[in-house]
Design a protein around this ligand. Sequence first.
Ligand SMILES: CC(C)(COP(=O)(O)OP(=O)(O)OC[C@H]1O[C@@H](n2cnc3c(N)ncnc32)[C@H](O)[C@@H]1OP(=O)(O)O)[C@@H](O)C(=O)NCCC(=O)NCCS
Length: 150
Amino acid sequence: MPPRPDLPPHSLPADKDLVLKVIPMPADVNANGDIFGGWVMAQVDLAGSVLPSRLGPRMVTVAVNEFVFKQPVRVGDILSFYSSVQRIGRTSVTVDVEVYAERFHAQGRFVKVTEALLTYVAIDAEGKPQALPENAQIAAWRLGIKESTP
Ligand SMILES: CC(C)(COP(=O)(O)OP(=O)(O)OC[C@H]1O[C@@H](n2cnc3c(N)ncnc32)[C@H](O)[C@@H]1OP(=O)(O)O)[C@@H](O)C(=O)NCCC(=O)NCCS
């Protein structure tokens, strides 16, 4: 089937990691027949946790700092979640998550449907914040953030 002209194509971000792909099912719809926003938020929280979890300590979500539903998500969309580290604090990491949909009838064309900013905190065995480890992963992120700062 040819691509629909009403769908503006987006190119996928080359500077972010593909952290999750998922297809919403009919059980995930709201009363309008689109996908329920709470379902999308849960997937974004899972996707956002992927990079922070590479650090080692247990990480918990402390805040959803921004969340924008730019376009509706529909049953059968192939959703791709891209993430990158935006800020590194003493105990916390803030990441962005961008979600792109390939519509069921227009595969190969990507529409940005959601973007969000979330913060995760490293916790110890008592559930208290602990300092992030200074390992190779965090050094690579620090370099990436510095290079992308104008
Ligand atoms: C996460 C938690 C351990 C933080 O404990 P706390 O005593 O409030 O911690 P602090 O005030 O010292 O803040 C810890 C870090 O979180 C950051 N933070 C706190 N609130 C924030 C917010 N609204 N936005 C962004 N960052 C925030 C702080 O800036 C700090 O980061 P830094 O050390 O890198 O500067 C605690 O709030 C908690 O257990 N929350 C529940 C987590 C959870 O269950 N998540 C799943 C939700 S269903």
